[in-house]
Design a protein. Structure first.
Length: 406
């Protein structure tokens, strides 16, 4: 039984840490997933909670996994794990039955699971959590209670800083399809021989006041006594979908600029704002200023947004405003506003409003007549929090191993 508990400790601890980390890398992604669920369950009035809940959930998962596997407040961690599994296991069963949102988001955009895969994953986890819960009295404290709470507080603070760093400076790891150095057009291609979507079409006919459904194989094509009423088409299996899809850029006059932009041999700079009305005014003004500047230095500048045409009128200032699907914009960059630099359709740089280079940098890449890339500018304190946590975790893990040897 001891071996089973140790195996359960490792599996549960690592999965909860991994789940917390990948969500913490992309807090806005978690917020978007909560938004999808609120819409599916007609709870859009809770939208203001999306980001706080996203950060709270990944922090709870990470701290619970850390406590279970490190031994610091292990009993508390086991309680939290069991509580989360009691909540999410039946919830994911309901989601699997109704499928209101196709991807659960339990591992962010790092790993995509169907709702049924998520449910069975949770069945395994809740079983392991019960094993840990029944043996919780066997847990041995590494430190005094007060010291363990202090360590837990420090780890929580470090992880919160990690989340906010990724939120401000863009995710430290980009799990999205719009990565630097990829050619967007190549990511839109469906390879030859790829499996297409599979549909089932049924036809409804009526005869003598009775309606009956037929398929393509048995519908009464030669029997004129049957009168066609309706047809239904149902998606049976999703086929191959390219990493980049639904990527269409339309200017304010309704002209599709997608191919023109992707085939442009020069530089193009996107200022991306899902909804201009939700962005900070000062950050928008800085972006507009940048747009006017680069436009004078041979860099095409486009403002991509999903803002309605009625609201967009208020922002017209001589720059090129384009309409793009809001979901696509969210996948391009996790910031409002965010920026993306292209050359010959290849992404050369991505930045949040906090890390976008100064105007002169863009002038330099033109005057030097060479392709340049610039990192997203991950915040220094984000890196410091990662290093700090790793050192702390390794120290505690060493003590834990020593404890089991003794």
């Amino acid at each position: 039984m001891k071996i089973i508990r140790q195996i359960s400790t490792i599996i549960v601890g690592l999965i909860f840490i991994f789940s917390g980390v990948v969500k913490g890398i992309d807090p806005l992604g978690s917020a978007y997933k909560f938004h999808d669920y609120f819409l599916a369950f007609n709870m859009a009035w809770l939208d203001w909670l999306c980001l706080p809940l996203g950060i709270l959930l990944c922090t709870a998962e990470f701290i619970a996994g850390f406590s279970v596997i490190s031994g610091v407040r292990q009993k508390t961690g086991i309680w939290v794990v069991l509580l989360l599994m009691i909540i999410f296991t039946p919830l994911t069963f309901v989601l699997a039955l109704n499928n209101p949102v196709s991807d659960c988001g339990c591992f962010g955009d790092a790993i995509h699971l169907t709702n049924w895969q998520t449910f069975w994953k949770n069945v395994i986890l809740i079983t392991l959590a019960i094993v840990l819960f029944t043996g919780r009295r066997q847990a041995i404290s590494l430190f005094k209670t007060s010291s363990e709470w202090i360590i837990t507080g420090i780890v929580t603070a470090l992880f919160a800083l990690f989340c906010f760093g990724n939120l401000k400076y863009l995710p430290i790891i980009d799990f999205l399809p719009y990565k630097t150095e990829i050619k967007i057009a190549d990511q839109m291609v469906i390879p030859e021989g790829a499996e297409p979507d599979k549909y089932q079409t049924t036809f409804i006919y009526e005869k003598n006041g009775e309606q009956k459904e037929f398929t393509l194989e048995n519908y009464p094509a030669d029997d004129t006594s049957w009168i066609f009423v309706d047809q239904k088409t149902v998606l049976l299996k999703k086929g191959y979908q390219p990493p980049v899809h639904d990527f269409t850029i339309t200017n304010s006059s309704g002209v599709d600029l997608t191919n023109q932009i992707l085939s442009d041999k020069g530089y193009s700079l996107f200022m991306i704002s899902g909804k201009l009305t939700e962005a900070d005014t000062a950050k928008l003004l800085k972006g507009f200023e940048l747009g006017h500047y680069v436009g004078q230095h041979a860099i095409s500048f486009y403002i991509l947004t999903a803002t309605s045409s009625d609201e967009l009128v208020e922002y017209m200032n001589g720059l090129i405003f384009c309409t793009v699907d809001e979901t696509t914009l969210k996948s391009m960059v996790r910031a409002n506003p965010g920026y993306m630099l292209l050359k010959d359709g290849v992404i050369k740089g991505k930045w949040s409003w906090a890390t976008v280079p100064e105007n002169e940098w863009f002038h330099e890449i033109i005057s030097d007549n060479k392709v340049m890339t610039k990192n997203t500018g991950t915040g220094t304190f984000t890196v410091i929090t990662i290093i700090g946590f790793l050192l702390l975790f390794l120290a505690i893990l060493g003590l834990n191993i020593k404890k089991y040897k003794n």
